[in-house]
Write a protein that binds this ligand. Structure first.
Ligand SMILES: [Fe+2]
Length: 209
């Protein structure tokens, strides 16, 4: 059974059995389980949609063309509701500037419409977006829709952005449009030295209507 199929109760019981979750002796197991099942995920913070959104971007996961300049980056995540339920079929529209900070306003370079798969996962290959006048930090725009849930517009930021000088906790407010520290995500460098690229995880949590 993959971890995607574990119910929250299954996960609790498995973690408790394996010792990766300890319940204090004073807390009855049934009560602990009830608290665990009521655990809520914080909705992903809202951010501006910005002026460069275009509807009907193509369904593609490879935004980076061979030879494109910039650090390759793979971005992935799941779409969940506040109770941790997966939302397969959620529509995730993303758009970003290229390595030089230019948006494609004529066509659909670095724009895509993604549909979360059966495990509610989405992913795409791109390049680290460039800085551009009027915006302080590198970012990827998101517009996320799922039936019976509130539409979310937000932006993903990168902890490695030079603007943060290695300290996003203290410096994320240098971009006045970063309303939440949680939108600044860690970056992992993966691959071998000949094919190194960045990897970023960005879960999306939607509120119900
Ligand atoms: Fe932008």
């Amino acid at each position: 059974m993959g971890h995607e199929q574990l119910t929250r109760r299954d996960l609790f019981l498995k973690c408790a059995a394996l010792g990766s979750l300890a319940v204090m002796p004073r807390l009855p197991l049934a009560h602990a389980l009830m608290l665990w099942e009521e655990q809520r995920f914080k909705p992903t913070a809202w951010d501006e949609i910005g002026p460069f959104y275009k509807r009907d971007a193509p369904n593609k996961t490879r935004l980076r063309s061979p030879g494109d300049a910039g650090l390759p980056v793979s971005i992935s995540g799941k779409v969940l509701d506040v109770n941790g339920n997966l939302l397969p079929g959620a529509k995730v529209e993303i758009w970003q500037a290229n390595h030089l900070g230019h948006y494609d306003l004529e066509g659909y370079r670095y724009r895509a419409t993604l549909i979360a798969d059966d495990h509610a996962s989405y992913s795409f290959d791109s390049v680290m977006p460039g800085h551009y006048p009027g915006r302080v930090c590198q970012h990827v725009h998101y517009l996320v829709n799922a039936p019976a849930h509130k539409t979310l517009t937000t932006q993903l930021y990168f902890a490695t952005d030079p603007v943060f000088e290695g300290d996003p906790d203290n410096n994320y407010t240098r971009d006045p449009l970063i309303y939440s520290r949680e939108l600044v995500r860690p970056v992992t460098l993966v691959g071998d030295p000949k094919d190194i690229h960045a990897s970023v995880n960005f879960e999306i949590v939607l509120e119900r209507l």
